[in-house]
Design a protein around this ligand. Structure first.
Ligand code: ATP
Length: 418
């Protein structure tokens, strides 16, 4: 297939009407102000891949803030400036955000890796990007509208399904790019080329220099994509987990656990949602190599801490496999979150998994027939034994033995007030 040189037709065909009309507006302002303006980044790549994307990122050869102001003058809306980076967001009257960046040198420190050759300001901007497939731009000025600028031949790499860095120091400059590479590999079913993969392996130790926050941000995005088990496996190959103390040998077991977790959610569509959260997948390699304590550094929220604590306690619990009634689970699991319970049973592949799911479903909207107040009203003396009584009541409700308040009161008199 010959190289595509202009994507005007593709844009008209693939992008939503609203995006196209915006791009025409931007084009008009580019013409009026005499500035060179480009559409850039993921949206260009996705036009080639025919995947929906309406994230408009604009690069201007010149001052991006000025250009955003021109857009506001021409079409209204407002402008939000990020002065230090020379970027601005134009907020279109419809509420849509459009990022406008300056391809101008004085705003940035020149990266160490940039070669000492004359590049156009646009090429300089592209050179700072991660992979060839993400370093393409489309001209938006009317006379050249849709012309492709592709100095690193991203188009060829798209065709051969290859993720390729722009230069050898790319992962040293920014190790999170390795995680981005894995994300694009799994999402598009691409692969890094040999050179890129070996650079990734050689720079992986740098991952340890990153803040937990940055790693967490990438993990969230990674495990949102289609194939978390495959992602876990790939990250073992690239020695990501190993940097954080996970055993090399737990790769296979982790892969299996992740697959079972994913399947569990697909089959049961459990109450907590239809997908495990990123943190659950992230926990698997640590859990498999019995190193949960090493992941607490990445647990930045209360919810994650509770999850870790639940998993730790559940690992020590015995006797759950023998249970055959939903209510009986309640005695063991009342204080545990759904996701922690599911994490454990998915791993064990337990025979009674259906009963646990029905327990989880029932406990969400379990009716509360009696409270401590009611027990006092019925003439009982308050005390710590109330807790046990109310738990027994919940067990009976979950087992379907008690279905109304009257039945609950009768049960109370029968069992606890004679
Ligand atoms: P997604 O569909 O996941 O949003 P995307 O390619 O649009 O994918 P973004 O993270 O939104 O990804 O980034 C937009 C563009 O910015 C990318 O296409 C890439 O060119 C550039 N970019 C983002 N992060 C980096 C990075 N760490 N290093 C270099 N370039 C980056």
């Amino acid at each position: 297939r010959p190289d595509i040189k202009n994507l005007k037709e593709e844009m008209e065909k693939q992008l939503p009407e609203s995006t196209n009309s915006l791009l025409t507006d931007i084009s008009r302002t580019a013409e009026r102000t005499g500035m060179r303006v480009y559409l850039i980044g993921g949206i260009v790549r996705d036009l080639f891949l025919e995947r929906p994307n309406d994230d408009i990122d604009i690069v201007v050869e010149g001052n991006g803030i000025d250009f955003a102001e021109h857009l506001r003058t021409d079409y209204g809306g407002s402008v939000k400036m990020h002065e230090t980076f020379g970027t601005a967001s134009w907020i279109h009257p419809s509420g849509l955000y459009i990022d406008v960046t300056s391809a101008r040198l004085e705003y940035y420190e020149r990266p160490a890796s940039l070669p000492d050759v004359e590049l156009s300001t646009l090429s300089e901007d592209l050179y700072r990007r991660d992979f060839t497939i993400n370093s393409m731009a489309l001209c938006l000025n009317p006379e050249v509208f849709g012309d492709l600028v592709d100095p690193f031949n991203g188009q060829a790499d798209l065709r051969s399904k290859t993720i390729k860095v722009l230069h050898n120091l790319s992962f040293i400059d920014d190790p999170t790019r390795i995680l981005r590479a894995v994300r694009f590999e799994t999402r598009f079913d691409f692969l890094m080329d040999k050179q890129t993969e070996s650079l990734a392996l050689n720079s992986m130790a740098r991952m340890r220099d990153l803040s937990a926050h940055r790693i967490v941000e990438e993990m969230k995005r990674l495990f949102k994509d289609e194939d978390p088990p495959g992602t876990i496996k790939r990250l073992f190959k690239l020695t990501f987990w190993q940097q954080f103390g996970v055993d090399d040998g737990s790769a296979e077991q982790s892969y299996i656990h992740a697959g079972q977790l994913k399947m569990f959610y697909e089959i049961h569509k459990p109450p907590a949602g239809t997908k495990p959260r990123w943190f659950n997948y992230f926990a698997i390699p640590f859990f498999t190599s019995k190193k949960m304590y090493l992941m607490s550094q990445f647990s930045l929220t209360k919810r994650n801490n509770k999850f870790l604590q639940d998993i730790r306690n559940l690992s020590d619990m015995e006797g759950v496999e023998q249970i055959r009634e939903p209510g009986e689970f309640h005695r063991f699991l009342k204080h545990y979150e759904d996701e922690a319970i599911i994490f454990m049973i998915a791993k064990e592949n337990m025979e009674n998994e259906d009963i646990i799911t029905s327990y989880l479903k029932r406990r969400i909207d379990m009716p509360v027939f009696l409270t401590g107040e009611d027990l006092i009203q019925e003439g009982m003396k308050p005390g710590p034994h109330f807790r046990g009584i109310l738990l027994e009541l919940e067990v009976a409700v979950l087992n379907g033995e008690i279905n109304t308040r009257d039945e609950a009161v009768a049960w109370l008199h029968e069992n606890h007030m004679k």
